[in-house]
Design a protein around this ligand. Sequence first.
Ligand code: ATP
Ligand code: MG
Length: 564
Amino acid sequence: MDTTDKPVVKPVDFIRQIIAEDLKSGKHRTTITRFPPEPNGFLHIGHAKSICLNFGIALENGGVCHMRFDDTNPSKEEVAYVESIIRDVRWLGFDWGDKLFYASDYFPALYDYAVELIKLGKAYVCQLSTEEIRQYRGTLTEPGKESPYRNRSVEENLDLFARMRNGEFDEGSHVLRAKIDMASPNLNMRDPVIFRILKVPHHRTGDTWCIYPMYDYTHCLSDAIEGITHSLCTLEFEDHRPLYDWVLDTLRTPCHPQQIEFARLNLTFTVMSKRKLLQLVKEGYVDGWDDPRMLTISGLRRRGYTPASIRSFCDVIGLGKKESWIDMTVLENAVRDDLNVNAPRAMCVLDPVKVIIDNYPEGQVEEMEAMNHPQNPEMGSRMLPFSRELFIERSDFMENPPSKFHRLGPGREVRLRYGYLVTCTSFVKDEDGIIQEIHCTYDPASRGGSAPDGRKVKGTIHWVSATHALPCRVRLYDRLFLVENPEADRETSFKQHLNPHSRVVIEGAMAEPALVGIAPGAQVQFERQGFFCADSVDSRPGQPVFNRIVTLRDTWAKEQQKDT
Ligand code: ATP
Ligand code: MG
């Protein structure tokens, strides 16, 4: 695992406390957790919280965390999703050794357990339709009604269940239900369906099965089969815990893991459910699951987030028992903090305008030394070619600058970072009034950027040599949604809150030539602009495409204040 050098001191949350007590009291000698994704979509930042928790706890306690695919619904699951999940968890830095499991591996065992439940008089085959089952279930205030099929004999149930399995019945015509309590205040205990007929081939078991176990029934038994000690899940499963325990108690499994619930991650300015992310992908609002604006792990990776920044985010947000919202800024700060320390610096002019230094010898090129990281000399330096014609940022020049503008304007002097001090002498406009070129003179005695006479030059701007610059495409990414909670209003679709400017593509940016060799996926700080990443899909040798990961500061908070 690629850990950062400094040890992470984790606050002791309530789950870690329980686990520590269980180890101390001797209830458990080891800690075995699991991460159980359903392969019906890509993992998102919410899953990262669960991954860091489950794998983190196992690591801290010398235990193991199992990777288990909860693949019980073949109509929505795909091998491509399995592969993406494996890639994403590995990339986050976690390792499950040989503990890779699939709930589908347990189909035979789950079938046998169901037969046992029938023999115990604790399960029955029901022929009510889905709609009737729903009606019979009752509501939070009314008890349910017992199915007319509830009191079938064990023999009849065994026969019908075997015939379900043999494909004799149509989908929806028969289900196997646990026989618990139709009057239970907990709806999950009102004879839940535990097996259904689905005549759909499975990506692992093919046509072997035409009945598939339901999630609640599968989950507890998979945990028990694997000897999980603590089964950590999100709060919405709290009401399912009695069923989890009922199945294991009734079947007297040798292992009975403890289910503990924690609050899921809710993040502002995004949607998190796989169903909604899938809609964005299918309906073309984004370029795919790994679109750099998506809060999927693959999207974050492509955007330029580092695994360490995501792990650090998960540490910072902590773990609680109450639903809460985390501000997107917290995630953005996590990557900012990481890259501020670790990303090399470079210069790139996003909106270039030409500067001609009239007193600089034509044809002359000087190599100027630039630090790769001003606070960390160990990151070394690189050479920047300096010549008579440069590009600077259009916004770094003003024809009539106010006195507080410390950049370039007629008669004003500015420092070119790692270059020289230059003074603007004139400028040229086209018919439309757009500035075409800026003429300057330079002070030959100011090489490196300091004035020989100690005169004060406040502004420092970035630049690239016009003849040496690397033209490149830069994509400025911003939040995908304009509002904190795109799902707040049930009447309007979350898609109405999409940010139309979440991606602005700049074709003619000019980067310093050293960036020609940047590795796809590598991060860099463009000085004064933000943190960027060479796109891992669209970059070509010698032709990087840059994604903006985040700005240097949290400009969002400020802009929002301005808007309101
Ligand atoms: P979604 O609701 O986004 O479709 P899911 O819960 O259906 O997600 P699973 O593949 O079943 O997705 O989730 C695998 C694990 O990740 C589960 O243990 C689940 O509790 C956890 N998980 C999912 N979303 C979050 C979240 N937002 N915060 C924390 N844990 C989460
Ligand atoms: Mg789920």
